[in-house]
Design a protein around this ligand. Structure first.
Ligand SMILES: Nc1ncnc2c1ncn2[C@@H]1O[C@H](COP(=O)(O)OP(=O)(O)OP(=O)(O)O)[C@@H](O)[C@H]1O
Ligand SMILES: N[C@@H](CCO)C(=O)O
Length: 287
């Protein structure tokens, strides 16, 4: 049996901690034979192989008496790069507990558990449900709603350096004035309206008008402004900081990507550019 979880790109500009999109980079978890102890094979130098691994730890948080298994994890999701690697690991762990423990969790239950662990829904909810998801917690419970998918391809510029989410969050101000918060949320509200109304003439501009997190993080990811400028030149819909960064995501027509890539190289931006697309399935279990 294999569990397959997509990566996710959070925020989409002003949707800080509430909007995210599943994308076509995947973590796969092969559930192999029973074992005396939990063991997980993978090629990541910095991730544990025992039950302290986030995937197993998550599964055991949900069902502590799961019988140990030999697991094999492969992942194309760069760790600590703003593509939701930790959320994909959490979602894999939830699904592992679900299938081994025969829990028959609904999608809503999986989203609630994942949000409880991660703290916000913008990566975990799309990794579970697929597509573009908008969610939050209110009155002690999490709600997540799927929005229409953007009819565009994606180009993820992935700088070599890591940026831990905790460090990128530490760069944010601890409070905003009422005026700042009101305007920031008004931009996000109109963005959401634009997404549901397929008003891409507005969506691109609003996605690039975040007032919550991109400016304070720009010093940590100096490539953002230049990539956005190149995106405009290449006719992209919008460029935003993916999650906590350092990946910078550009939403663009597939045919426009070769020119975008060429313009980036001309501007001295030569880190890998991953040509991906939105994932529509979310987590899957393959027998
Ligand atoms: N495949 C994995 N298996 C086990 N643990 C993982 C895996 N991927 C990530 N992690 C854990 O998640 C941590 C990285 O989480 P972090 O929130 O900093 O980055 P991210 O999830 O990649 O980025 P973002 O939340 O901005 O999209 C790693 O240090 C590791 O502890
Ligand atoms: N919304 C989160 C995503 C990363 O967990 C952030 O930008 O910090």
């Amino acid at each position: 049996m294999q569990i397959k979880v997509p990566a996710s790109s959070a925020n989409l500009g002003p949707g800080f901690d509430s909007i995210g999109m599943a994308v076509s980079l995947y973590l796969t978890l092969d559930v192999l034979e029973p074992s005396d102890e939990w063991v997980i094979d993978h090629d990541f130098d910095d991730l544990p192989h025992d039950q302290s691994n986030m995937i197993i730890d998550t599964a055991l948080k949900i069902k502590a008496d799961l019988p140990p298994r030999h697991l094999k994890m492969q992942s194309a999701i760069p760790v600590a790069h703003g593509l939701g690697s930790s959320s994909s690991a959490i979602v894999a762990g939830i699904e592992l507990a679900n299938v081994l423990g025969k829990l028959q969790l609904s999608n809503d239950e999986k989203v609630a558990i994942a949000c409880e662990i991660e703290g916000h829904p913008d990566n975990v909810a799309p990794a579970i449900l697929g597509g573009l998801v908008i969610g939050t917690n209110v009155n002690g419970h999490f709600d997540a709603i799927q929005a229409p998918l953007l009819p565009y391809a994606l180009a993820a510029y992935v700088p070599a350096y890591n940026l831990k989410t905790a460090d990128a969050r530490a760069a944010l101000p601890t409070s905003l004035t009422l005026k700042q918060a009101t305007h920031g949320s008004a931009i996000a509200n109109v963005l959401v309206a634009g997404l549901f109304a397929n008003r891409y003439d507005l969506v691109g501009e609003l996605m690039e008008a975040d007032e919550f997190h991109e400016q304070p993080r720009a010093k940590l990811v100096p490539e953002l402004a230049k990539i956005r400028e190149v995106g405009h030149e290449a006719g992209a819909l919008a460029t935003y900081l993916s999650g906590a960064g350092p990946t910078v995501m550009t939403i663009i027509d597939k045919q426009g990507i070769p020119r975008f890539k060429q313009l980036l190289l001309q501007a001295g931006l030569s880190d890998p550019l991953l040509e991906i697309e939105p994932d529509t399935e979310g987590v899957q279990v393959i027998d």
